[in-house]
Design a protein. Structure first.
Length: 344
């Protein structure tokens, strides 16, 4: 069974020869340690050694300073702590004090065609051997960007007090991503299998916003982004950190195929709860605790936990860290242990 067949059978809850895997996205600071430990010259070489099933296609989006599609909208106000490379969700945003929806047009919205290199996108997708799942890392984080547009506290207040203003901003952000995604999907047509999009809806203990507010103001945009990807024949992986159990069914009902990353230590996100609530419906990606286990555990601890996850979810779960990033505080030995059942 090759990686592509293994992936598609997994998300359909069909039997597989062994569970599918994804190492995730190692951050730059973690890469030297991984290359040294695995005696490899590239992350791609490590993925081959580990027989990893999913290979990411990073969207070539050249908008400084980050040159990252996930940081493509600069809402932070100028000044100390307000530059784009310093922005956080708590930084005051461009729309911080605005309540008139007409103000949305005053923001200098970038045109994604000026920054997304479609030729490079195709080259990156074509460079991945066709037997692997080629997953575009598109993010399309319209909710998180809306929070940045106001500053998070102001965004949530505006959602309640001035809903038309919040809707005008989040709808305009959604349109930006629909345009950007369309460029990427067209450029990589025939060479892309899946797409990772998402927003963080959860904290460690629960949703950040009442689920009905998400359904009213956020999920209409999510549905459009999901449907666009489905129209291109792509499998949709939806990311959200934190405790999001009350809205997982909403995401599946929109057409999402796979929920990521299953933050193992967040409330109600343990793998047993996932199995009990979704015994036959939908698929999951993640589940190997990256907050404590992968950081502080020993390889034998990781092996034991992965074996437990496989017993509970022999199919329907793609083994991966419960965070998209591999950070430098994770010992490469523990990454190897996560793949123990594949290493010959």
């Amino acid at each position: 069974m090759d990686p592509k067949e293994r992936f598609y059978r997994t998300i359909k809850r069909q039997s597989v020869d062994r569970v599918a895997t994804w190492i995730g996205l190692p951050v730059p600071a973690s890469i030297p340690g991984l290359l040294k430990y695995f005696n490899s010259s590239s992350i791609e070489e490590i993925k081959v050694k580990l027989e990893d099933d999913i290979w990411p296609v990073i969207v070539p989006y050249y908008y400084p300073p980050h040159n990252d599609i996930g940081c493509s909208l600069n809402f932070a106000k100028s000044g100390i702590g307000g530059a784009q490379d310093e922005r956080t969700l708590t930084t005051p945003g461009y729309f911080e004090d605005m309540t008139d929806p007409d103000e949305v047009a005053r923001f200098k919205w970038p045109d994604p065609k000026d920054y997304l290199d479609t030729k490079e996108a195709l080259a990156r997708a074509k460079a991945i051997p066709e037997e692997y799942i080629r997953m575009g890392i598109m993010w399309s984080c319209h909710f998180q960007d809306a929070c940045s547009a106001f500053g998070m506290e102001n965004a949530l207040t505006t959602m309640i007090m001035y809903p038309e203003m919040f809707e005008a901003v989040i709808n305009r952000i959604t349109d930006f991503y629909l345009n950007a995604n369309g460029l990427f999907y067209e450029a990589t047509k025939g060479y892309l299998d899946a797409i990772l999009i998402g927003n963080d809806f959860g904290s460690q203990t629960g949703l950040m916003v009442d689920p009905d507010l998400l359904r009213k103001y956020v999920f209409p945009g999510t549905g459009k982004l999901v449907q666009q990807a489905k129209d291109y024949g792509l499998t949709v992986v939806h990311h959200s950190c934190g405790s999001i159990l009350p809205v997982i069914n909403d995401l599946f009902n929109m057409g999402v195929d796979v929920i990521h990353p299953i933050q193992a230590l967040a409330k109600d996100m343990d793998i047993v709860t996932m199995k009990e609530n979704f015994p036959v419906k939908g698929a999951f990606l993640g589940g190997v605790d990256a907050q404590n286990l992968l950081v502080n555990g020993k390889p034998e601890d990781i092996i034991k936990e992965v074996d437990r996850l496989i017993r509970i979810f022999p199919t329907g779960l793609i083994i991966s860290p419960s965070h998209e990033a591999i950070l430098p505080d994770i010992n490469p030995k523990n990454i190897e242990a996560m793949f123990h059942f594949k290493i010959k």
